[in-house]
Design a protein around this ligand. Structure first.
Ligand SMILES: *[C@@H]1O[C@H](CO)[C@@H](O)[C@H](O)[C@H]1NC(C)=O
Ligand SMILES: *[C@@H]1O[C@H](CO)[C@@H](O)[C@H](O)[C@H]1NC(C)=O
Ligand SMILES: *[C@@H]1O[C@H](CO)[C@@H](O)[C@H](O)[C@H]1NC(C)=O
Ligand SMILES: *[C@@H]1O[C@H](CO)[C@@H](O)[C@H](O)[C@H]1NC(C)=O
Length: 431
């Protein structure tokens, strides 16, 4: 019965191909396909638009080989079969299919999927066939499939499965006799000792014994709904750019194409940058986050941005940087920091010394707003005064002591005026 179902599915696909070509040949005018649905795909991924058609009263979406990185929001919710093979999807995010309640088959083979959220298939209560072969999945937990009560055909082969403790629940599930059509042919690629063993046959029991027991990570509840980058405008020339300004975004959109060079997220309401928000954007050179009300940046938020040249953080609510925020930005050249309530206390030192150490970075706007006593000072001036208060510490901690910001020139020329008391500094500068 199940084999028959799959055979039928394959037949339908062939049949669709046939009908498509016939339609073109007979020149019956515009076919009833979803032109609207594919306009965004077309903008970013030149090629044929997606095909939507009904066959034996079941609605199909054929969007194979379109360089898609995510679903498109305008696809109808009443699809029964979704063909997304040979695209560029890298992640399956929680709830991304939840609108397709009637979906029976989902073909995601030959994408670049490496991560699947535990709730990715949430809502697919009718799904019977799921094809995930030829992807980059290393580990998956049984939990992912709990949302699929009717699943009876699952393909997992040609993924680099890492058969360690994390996989125990999935492997155990696949080996239950009634699941005989789930995960056939899939083999472990790691660790070395299990390489080539079939998931169906590998013994799950010792897996977690031989490793220290890793606590199950608590699933973070998404605080804001996921947003798809497709609400932004893509420009191909002169550089590949994504313009997402003024979109009322509350977070960095998902699945931004990895080859984007310029990303404008200015004038949104992104209050926080989360860890790995830009993880895959290795080509990104210009990032504009100005005017967002941003008040927190995770130390790993910019990780992966190894080619970033320009970063605009002006007009936000930042008061310091946590240690580590800037560590991946090897090629940063310009940094805009003005109009943020920089707080001049010990926590601002990381930002200041990073900039001092990376002297090729041209930055502007690093001015204290609080506390009142340093308001309007350059942060450099404040840091200098901090060490002037306790010269002995300064000598030990920063033997090179050439914090030569322009605003210090006066001191360099009048070394005898350097006071040892902070109040003295203020008086000297005022005079
Ligand atoms: C195509 O769509 C139009 C209107 O949406 C409809 O009237 C027509 O019957 C459809 N043709 C086919 C072949 O389904
Ligand atoms: C496989 O999983 C183990 C345990 O989580 C990890 O230490 C190892 O690096 C993984 N191997 C690969 C190739 O990802
Ligand atoms: C960032 O965006 C703001 C507002 O859209 C603009 O004024 C500013 O020039 C942009 N910054 C850069 C570096 O392009
Ligand atoms: C530094 O940036 C300012 C604009 O913010 C620019 O006018 C200046 O030429 C830049 N300097 C260098 C050395 O790049």
């Amino acid at each position: 019965m199940r084999v028959l179902a799959l055979a039928l599915l394959i037949l339908f696909c062939r049949d669709a191909e046939f009908r498509k070509t016939r339609r073109n040949r007979e020149n019956h005018g515009p076919a009833n396909t979803s032109r609207k649905g594919s306009s965004i795909a077309k903008r970013y991924a030149p090629g044929l638009p997606c095909d939507m058609y009904t066959y034996l009263q079941e609605k199909y979406l054929d969007c194979q080989e379109r360089k898609l990185t995510s679903l498109l929001p305008e696809w109808a919710g009443d699809l029964i079969h979704m063909l997304l093979a040979r695209n560029k999807i890298r992640r399956l995010r929680d709830n991304m299919f939840s609108k397709y309640r009637n979906l029976k088959s989902l073909d995601l083979q030959q994408n670049e999927i490496s991560k699947i959220g535990n709730m990715a298939f949430f809502g697919l209560k009718s799904l019977t066939t799921l094809l995930l072969q030829h992807n980059q999945i290393k580990v998956l937990s049984e939990e992912v499939f709990i949302a699929l009560p009717r699943l009876n055909y699952l393909r997992l082969y040609d993924n680099p499965w890492n058969c360690t403790c994390e996989m125990e629940s999935l492997i155990t599930m696949l080996q239950v006799p009634r699941n005989r059509n789930l995960g056939n042919y899939a083999k472990c690629a790691y660790p070395q000792g299990r390489k080539g063993q079939k998931l169906k046959l590998v013994r799950p029991e010792p897996m977690c014994l031989e490793e220290e027991v890793v606590p199950v990570p608590v699933r973070a509840k998404p605080t804001t709904p996921a947003v798809d980058f497709s609400i932004c405008h893509v420009f191909l020339f002169p550089i590949l750019a994504l313009d997402c300004k003024l979109k009322e975004l509350q977070r960095v959109p998902d699945d931004i194409p990895p080859d984007i060079v310029k990303l404008d997220l200015s004038n949104n309401v992104i209050k926080q940058l989360r860890s790995k928000d830009f993880e895959d954007l290795h080509s990104l050179q210009i990032l504009n986050l100005s005017n967002n009300g941003l008040d927190a940046i995770d130390p790993a938020a910019f990780s992966g941005l190894v080619n970033l040249h320009e970063l605009d953080l002006s007009n936000n609510n930042l008061y310091n940087f946590e240690y580590g925020v800037l560590e991946d930005l090897y090629f940063l050249r310009q940094l805009w920091l003005r109009d943020n309530p920089w707080k001049c206390d010990y926590h601002i030192h990381y930002l200041f010394y990073w900039l001092k150490h990376h002297y090729t970075v041209n930055y502007s706007g690093l001015e204290c707003r609080t506390p009142e006593e340093y308001k309007g000072w350059y942060v450099g001036k404040y840091v200098r005064s901090y060490y002037e208060e306790c010269p002995k510490d300064r000598l030990q901690a920063y033997p090179d002591r050439d914090i030569d910001e322009d605003e210090f020139k006066w001191h360099e020329e009048h070394p005898k005026h350097i006071p040892t008391q902070k109040h003295g500094v203020i008086l000297t500068l005022l005079s």
